[in-house]
Design a protein around this ligand. Structure first.
Ligand code: SAM
Length: 343
């Protein structure tokens, strides 16, 4: 066994769940707010969390650093839109110390790209090397229709800034029935030209977004079958411990990940947990069970309570989830929105 697996850099016993999976990846939603209103993610008139419930940047730093001390090796900041949170760069720069010490292998961000013209260089300077940028279409009108408030040209400028800064980019695209399915050939060719990998995501039934999920849902098995008519997709054995199954596109040399929570069960290798900006820890994206870490965090300046609460939460990590989209339900298997849990 790898020495890193036996103990964290801080010398603590690692976080191992009841199914012998090591929790080494923390995804943190640093804000539930966003400057876009993607139709599958949020209702247009979203009610956001009261500011008093949201952890300060100092609290987020302390909480994430506790996870790092307990053996988390990869941290991803997401949201909402992580880069619209005020002073977010101070938090990200602070996490750089864990990269410098070797406690953390990777610090990454999932973003809609709107703030990258301003922040791409700062992210690189803080130690971020790879980012995921969500982009479901290359058509400006469709982009506006999907995001309600977004401007494609701004995201394109953000992608150019990311490249200029030296950040590797992976594009996240949600497969949306009757909206972007026909466009994937073009998106794959574009990713090839730009040197971006791509992840295609099935719509997940999270939160009430005011539209029927069944209307948005399109299975990735069908997306893949269509793509195989135009591209040679070589199965890749890349396994990040996450939900994506990867192929390499022979014609472009770039990877495509398929995230298929509905048609595949990917839970057996799950290495991750998700923290909301209010300090609630979800041990599974698709289950309601959660642990309140804000109370132990605020109860004492000493981390002993917090560490115990984290360890107790990990003992409750479930074996897997069971998302279902069908007409008998109202469309949301999990009532919270992706923007609260972090996608
Ligand atoms: N604002 C950032 C962004 O746009 O990437 C980070 C947060 S966003 C919630 C993270 C990812 O979740 C995005 O790629 C988004 O498309 C995806 N997402 C949101 N709601 C989803 C849903 N119901 N099903 C599948 N993916 C979803």
């Amino acid at each position: 066994m790898d020495a890193k697996v036996e103990k964290s850099v801080g010398g603590e016993a690692p976080l191992i769940d009841p199914f012998a999976r090591r929790v080494s990846y923390l995804r943190v939603s640093v804000t539930d707010r966003c400057d876009f209103r993607c139709v599958y993610c949020m209702a247009e008139d979203m009610t956001f969390l009261p500011k008093a419930d949201v952890l300060s940047l100092e609290e987020l730093d302390r909480l994430c650093s506790a996870f790092v001390r307990l053996g988390v090796r990869k941290l991803r900041l997401t949201g909402g839109e992580p880069l619209v949170r005020r002073n977010i760069m101070s938090l990200i720069r602070g996490f750089g110390r864990h990269l410098d010490s070797g406690a953390l292998d990777e610090l990454t961000v999932t973003t809609n790209g709107s703030q990258l013209p301003r922040l791409a260089g700062d992210l690189y300077d803080a130690g971020v090397r790879r980012i995921n940028v969500s982009l479901d279409t290359l058509d400006a009108d469709k982009f506006l229709a999907i995001t309600r408030w977004g401007k494609l040209e701004k995201v394109m400028a953000g992608l150019a800034a990311a490249r200029e800064a030296g950040l590797a980019v992976k594009i996240n695209a949600v497969a949306l029935k009757d909206i972007n399915i026909e466009e994937f050939d073009r998106i794959i060719a574009w990713c090839g030209e730009e040197g971006f990998d791509l992840t295609i995501i099935e719509v997940m039934p999270m939160g009430d977004v005011g539209e029927q999920r069944i209307d948005q849902y399109y299975p990735l098995s069908m997306v893949r079958a269509r793509l195989q008519e135009s591209w040679t997709l070589d199965d890749s054995d890349l396994n990040t411990g996450g939900p994506a199954r990867y192929v390499t596109v022979r014609e472009t040399g770039r990877k495509i990940g398929f995230i298929t929570p509905m048609t595949h069960n990917f839970c057996e290798s799950c290495n991750r947990v998700r923290l909301t900006c209010t300090g609630t820890l979800f041990m599974c994206l698709g289950q309601e069970d959660a642990a309140d870490l804000r109370t132990p965090l605020r109860a004492s300046a000493d981390d002993a309570h917090l560490d115990a609460a984290i360890r107790e939460a990990i003992t409750r990590k479930p074996k897997g989830h069971d998302f279902i989209i069908d007409r008998r339900r109202d469309g949301a298997t999990v009532s919270r929105h992706m923007s609260a849990t972090g996608g």
